[in-house]
Design a protein around this ligand. Structure first.
Ligand code: HEC
Length: 140
């Protein structure tokens, strides 16, 4: 069978674009706990870590690297330019519908107080910065 070069190139382009669209945003960047840099956390972030571990880690994983029930928060799509602190307060208060991943919806975590979410955010942002995840303007 003979392939037309132009078709092969076109197919390559389509498959490549689809691959980028599907996987560039949704592949965890850290597969193991040990892949992640753990910085010296501020006192507030240390408190946030405890609250995170008892309320969020069962889905978002130890050190927020993700689990089979939820996405990593130490991930470029959760940089503050794409997911501001507001999205954390909102997700905890109202839950969030599945949209970036395929883990299903996040149920609201109403037992977690707003002031505790502030500490969790401190923790996540410090972990993000230590792993090169910094503010990037969101373009769509
Ligand atoms: C039962 C599992 C589960 C628990 C517990 C959970 N989450 Fe989530 N969370 C998810 C899933 C799944 C998503 C991804 C939804 C999507 O984008 O597809 C998510 C998404 C998020 C997002 C992104 C929201 C957005 O706007 O896209 C934030 C922020 C977040 N979670 C924070 C937290 C915090 C903080 C806690 C603890 C107080 C927590 N989650 C507890 C499952 C969970």
């Amino acid at each position: 069978m003979k392939f037309k070069t132009s078709n092969v190139i076109l197919t390559g382009l389509v498959v490549g674009t689809a691959y980028i669209l599907i996987f560039s945003n949704t592949q965890p960047e850290f597969k193991h706990d040990k892949d992640i840099n753990i910085p010296i956390l501020s006192q507030e972030a240390q408190k946030g870590e405890k609250i995170f571990n008892s309320n969020c880690a069962k889905c978002h994983g130890n050190n927020a690297i993700g689990s089979d029930k939820g996405p990593p928060l130490i991930h470029n799509i959760y940089n503050p330019g794409h997911h501001s602190n507001l999205s954390f307060y909102r997700a905890v208060k109202m839950g969030t519908k599945q949209h970036h991943w395929r883990f299903g919806n996040m149920p609201a975590q109403r037992h977690v107080k707003e002031s505790d979410v502030t500490l969790i955010i401190k923790y996540i942002r410090e972990l993000q910065v230590a792993n090169g995840i910094i503010y990037k303007e969101h373009r769509m």
